[in-house]
Structure formats: C-alpha cells, structure tokens
Design a protein around this ligand. Structure first.
Ligand code: SIN
Length: 272
C-alpha cells in the first residue's frame, strides 16, 4: 500500500482545516466506494485532524454507514439510546418539535463502558436551515498545555465514568480509565475525563476530586482547543473519541435535525 501522503496527493482531495487545534472538512471522497488506498487516506486524515467532516455523502444508506464503520472495527451496541428501526448499532439522533433536545454537554462517547468507542460517525440525514453544529475539542492540545507539575500529578490517576444519564442503574457499573491516556495509534497523550460521564478521580477525597475535575472540564473545552462542524445534508462527521470531546449546539429552535450514528469500539481498554 502506498504511503498516506502519496495517496492523499494522488486522490486530490479537497481538505480544509477547521481551526488551528483540530478538524478538517473534506470533499471529493465517497466513503461507500473507497478502495484500500482511499481508506488509508481517510484514516490518515482522521489521525492528523482528529475530527473530519466528509461532505457529499447523501447517498449513504444505513447499511453503507455500518459497512464503513465495520472497516474500522467492531461496532458499539449502545443499549440505551434510540436506534434506527431494524438496527441495534445505528443510533437515531433526532430533534423535532415533539422531542427537542441534543447532546449539549461536552463528552467523549460512551466513556462509561470498559471498552468505549474509539471512533464515532454521524451521518446528517436532515439538517436545520441554520445551526445544529457539533463542536469538537482537542484533548491532545488540552493535555499538552498543562504545566509539567499538573501533568505529573495527573499521570498515575484513574477516574470512574458511569452512564447514569441513560439509566440510573448504571451508577452501579462504573468503568475505570486513566485520567491521561496514550493514543494507541499516534502515541500522543490526551486528557480522558469529561463532564458528561466522569464521576470521580479514584483515591482522592471528594472535595479534591471535584475541584480537579471541574478545573479539567473547563480547561479541556477552552475555545482555543475547539473546531466546529457545520452540517450539510449528507455530511459524514467522524471523530476520534480517544483524543476529542464533542458537544451539540441546540440553537435551531423547533426545526428538525436528524443524524444517524455508528460508533466503532476501541481495540483495547484506554491505557496510559
Ligand atoms: C453525539 O453526542 O454523538 C451527538 C452529537 C450531536 O448531535 O451533534
């Protein structure tokens, strides 16, 4: 297989970075018709930018979305969020006048599972006339900006995550992950705590755990680490949960917004 840079050059993709921290918009790719070199190019882009918006995928069916997801690994069966009828691994993320609401808070998908998703993909089926973007924040950059003293303090710590926002019984099944993880593909370190699911840092008294987590939540989502994806009908947004947090922006009133999501599981537990 050719080198990623060579493939990117040959494919002549239109790649536009979204911010100085992370993210890129990509045109000129059809994810349902990618050969191995094309797949390697998309993989390289995701590793480089951490979150990419592949525009022009209007033709993708739910089966195509699953097939593309399966090229990256096993698919997550979330178990608690509404799915597209007939699929247990394709989530239907829909906001309409009857059921308004989006995943507004910052989070890393399903970090409450022992093996969480490494990659998530959102396929835009219906987008509001304006708004309804998804924000992304680089947890590489957030980690790298911490002082040496804070990095040293966080290095040996583990945190508990749970999915109580989906089912209160999940309080009793927390998953423990390092506060700082090493990305198994890039080798870079990233913060891995999020306001949606992380509950406490193990081994610290509650007051200290809460203070440190609150500091990290506000630090790791600063504007300087962010990029914003604006959807077009057919946009496929995908991101790497091992180094990115995301949040939906519910600024579109009662308009309909529908995205279909698949998430690809990590190959191993997040590790330091
Ligand atoms: C999600 O958290 O996966 C959904 C994000 C969004 O609706 O933009």
């Amino acid at each position: 297989m050719a080198e990623a840079a060579e493939i990117l050059h040959d494919l002549a993709l239109d790649v536009r970075p979204l911010s100085g921290a992370l993210g890129a918009e990509v045109r000129g790719v059809d994810v349902a018709a990618l050969d191995d070199d094309g797949f390697a190019a998309v993989h390289a882009l995701l590793m480089q930018y951490s979150a990419i918006a592949l525009h022009g995928q209007e033709h993708l069916t739910d089966d195509d979305l699953r097939e593309f997801g399966l090229r990256w690994g096993k698919l997550d069966v979330h178990g608690y969020s509404p799915t597209v009828q007939g699929y247990d691994d394709v989530l239907r993320i829909r906001s309409d006048p009857q059921r308004p609401g989006t995943a507004e808070g910052w989070h890393s998908d399903v970090s409450w599972k022992v093996i969480p998703p490494k990659i998530s993909m959102l396929h835009a089926r219906q987008v509001p006339s304006v708004g309804g973007d998804t924000l992304f924040a680089s947890q590489y950059r957030a980690y790298e900006d911490l002082s040496d003293a804070m990095q040293t303090f966080l290095a040996p710590l583990d945190a508990e995550h749970d999915g109580r926002v989906f089912d209160i019984n999940l309080i009793r099944q927390p998953a423990t992950h390092p506060v700082v993880i090493t990305h198994p593909e890039t080798g870079r370190k990233a913060l891995y705590v999020n306001g949606g699911f992380t509950r406490r840092i193990k081994g610290l008294p509650p007051g200290e755990s809460t203070a440190i987590l609150n500091f990290l939540y506000s630090h790791c989502t600063r504007e300087r680490y962010q990029a914003r994806v604006r959807y077009e009908p057919g946009t496929l947004a995908m991101w790497d949960n091992r180094c990115v947090q995301h949040a939906a922006v519910p600024d579109f009133g009662t308009e309909v917004r529908e995205l279909h999501r698949v998430a690809v599981l990590c190959d191993q537990r997040p590790a330091r």
